[in-house]
Structures are given as structure tokens and as C-alpha cells.
Write a protein that binds this ligand. Sequence first.
Ligand code: CTP
Length: 442
Amino acid sequence: MRVVLGVSGGIAAYKAALLLRLLTEAGHEVTVVPTAAALRFVGEPTWAALSGRPVATDVWTSVHDVPHVRLGQEADLVVVAPATADLLARAAHGQADDLLTNTLLTARCPVLMAPAMHTEMWSHPATRANVALLRERGVSVLEPASGRLTGADTGPGRLPEPEEILDAALSLVAGEDRSSAVDTAARPDGLEDGGVSPAEAAAAQGSLLGRHVVVSAGGTREPLDPVRFLGNRSSGKQGYALAEVAAARGARVTLVSANAALPAPPGVDVVGVETALELQEAVRAAVPGADVVVMAAAVADFRPRDYQGSKIKKTHGPGQEASAPTIELVRNPDILAGLVAERGDDPAPLIVGFAAETGDDTGDVLTHARAKLERKGCDLLVANEVGRDVTFGKDDTLVHLLRPGTDETRTVGPATKVAVAGAVWDEVGQLLSARPHVGAGR
Ligand code: CTP
């Protein structure tokens, strides 16, 4: 396969050298197109040696060969890694001020961009709008990873690992990315063939511009007395990643957060809650007018029947030294099933459930997940494999995405929770594209 590897000017350019090695080792013919700024981070000899080919650095070299047109026309795949905020902006606006942007304008093959920049730049409305525009036009833009950035700061903005970029690129070429098909400018009325509006087409590609989404995250705590509670191991990382990615894709996001010790993602409204009943109330308050509700929180199914206003003591009186209290539990409401029931026949909101599952004697993870999807009646179920030291509190996770009415299952991972969030929103975008726009303009 003929691959153009565009490299723009960020510190993560050094990681593109590893990606280049993976691509060439897999037998692809790779032409590296670094921007002038990229060459300040990693020099031309490195790209030439690793690709085994001349490096295309500007439009003025080998002009007889018309490189600014030929490279894009002949490519089977263009990957830009890292894609800086500046490169995304130039590409989104169709500029052709260097060889890489010329190549992007002439390419008719799949194009994958792997952004890397500081969190503030990634979450800036200008960058979000540029990413949404690129996605609308069929460019596949990866979510950046979360973690240590150039300085001492951390957050979303890291270049995904070269292996992940390679995987995404190969899937894209295999037609597994939904962001490759649509050109909304193709029809003067702005409608896709089949009467799909640009907003719907954008949603089909994972853009959430103008949508309102509600995400619950974390784990509820059910108090026994002023110092003790029944809780669970959920860290909230997956729900926070969902909120962060939704905001980055242009959505207005309400994050109902149960006891998660995590910083608020940029641009997200966080409502803090403790118990299942509080979580239910906060989600219900946020739902009117929302396009999507994602129940990623681990909600306690039971709570102590009685709350003791003062600390429960080991002993209560003479002769009780060896006794232990019995704690009576009562059922909490099933919030997810309640949302589905309250929605009735309305198409909105689209409701996404999570299922933390382990296999057992009665069935494997997928069997249990399918039964849960049926029971809950939601539109998409994200089944986590838990146990085996995976998922809770970890940065990587493996999920299966299940829809009602089909046995088709999409498996994502092991991947970062941000990458999983991207896959969930892709799936949601597809489902939304078939539904009316509720949250717009609010
Ligand atoms: N959920 C909910 N209200 C509850 C329990 C769970 O809304 N009282 C939601 C969770 O947020 C999740 C989904 O239901 O989206 C599945 O949660 P899970 O704990 O896996 O399922 P349960 O319904 O509790 O079923 P079980 O414990 O029997 O597996």
C-alpha cells in the first residue's frame, strides 16, 4: 500500500518515527511529508533512513514531478501523526500553504489524523469546530490519549501509541471507519442522498455538535451511619472519558458524578451526587431535552433500610460484646430501566447502558450482556469484562457494544478508556443520525 505519513510540528513527532517503522516493517511504501516545523523536532535524515525513500519536504523540490498533486492522488492512505492544532485548522479550512496541506486536498483515499497538543488547545472551541468539520468531510480524527504531556501537566492531548494509530489506519482502509463516506457539499440543498441533513450526517460520523448529552459516572455510596457506607470499586474513569470526548466532539455535556475523585473535564457541567436516589434525581432533572443519556455509573442495587444518625458502636450494652448488627437492605430503583419506561414511545433520549459482567457457569460475558440488554430495554449496551484484574480503576479496558435486534457485536480494546469512549460515541452517532435532533439550540 502507498502511504503518505504527514508529520506536523509537535514534540510527538518522535513517536511518528516509530509509526513509520511499523508501517515499513508491514511492507508498506511510505513517503514521509514533514512540515517545516516538524523538521525542527526530527530531521530529514531520520525520515529518509527509516522510510528508505526520499523525504518530500516542500512544493518547490522536484517541481517537474508535480509533488503537490501527485503524492495525494497516488496514495492509498494518508496518516497525519501528530496532527497539531495548527495543522487541523489549516486542513479544516482547505488551505494549501505547504506540501502536506496540498497533499490533503488532492488525496481521495482514506485520511487518518492523530491529534497531539495540550489539553487547552484540544478543548478550545476553535479546535473542536475544526475537528467536527474534518469529520463531517469524512476525515477520521482519532481521540488523543490522556496522560503526561510535554511539561509536568497531564490530560487529554497525548498522541495515541504508534500501534494504536497503525490499527486505526488499517481498520480505516478495511472500511471499518464510518467517517469516510460523506460529502455534505455534494448536494445544493445540503441533504445527503436519502434526505439526511448535514447535522444527521455529522452525527453518523461521531460529531455531537449541537447535541445535549447526559452521562452518569462513578459509584454510588449508600450510607449506614455518618462514617460508613456501602460502595463499589468504580473509579468513574470511563464515564469521565465519555464526558470529555463528548464535549470535545461539540456536545453540551452534563456529567452526574457519584464520588469520583477526578478533575472536571474541560467544558463539562458536573453535578456531584452520593447515593443512588440522588443520582436518579440528578439524571432525571437533566434529561428533559437531552439527546442521549449514558448510564456509566455503578449504581448500588440495595441500600440500608435505616440510616443511623450516630456512629454504630461495636457494643451497645452489657452482654452484647460478641454481637454484630444485622443490616437490613432495601432495593434501590433501577434508574436505567426507569428512564426507558418513562421515555415510552418517544424516540428521545437515546439511552445507553453499561454492564459490568464476568462469565460464570450459566453463560459467558456476552450471554449475560445480551440478557441484560433485553431486560433493560436500552438502545445500546456497553458490556465491560470485569474481574481478571481488568477494568475497575485501570486505564485500559475491553468492551463489547451490543444493540437490540441484532446479534452483531462490536468489540473494542483492550484500549484506553478515551479510545473506548470514542467508539461508543461513534456508535451513538450512527443511532442518532436516524433520530430527530432534540437538544439543538438549547
Ligand atoms: N443501573 C441503574 N440502576 C441500578 C442498577 C444499575 O440504572 N439500580 C444501570 C447502570 O448504570 C448500568 C446498567 O444499569 O448502566 C447495568 O448495571 P449493572 O450493575 O451491570 O446491572 P444490574 O441491573 O445491577 O444487574 P445485575 O447486578 O443483576 O447484573
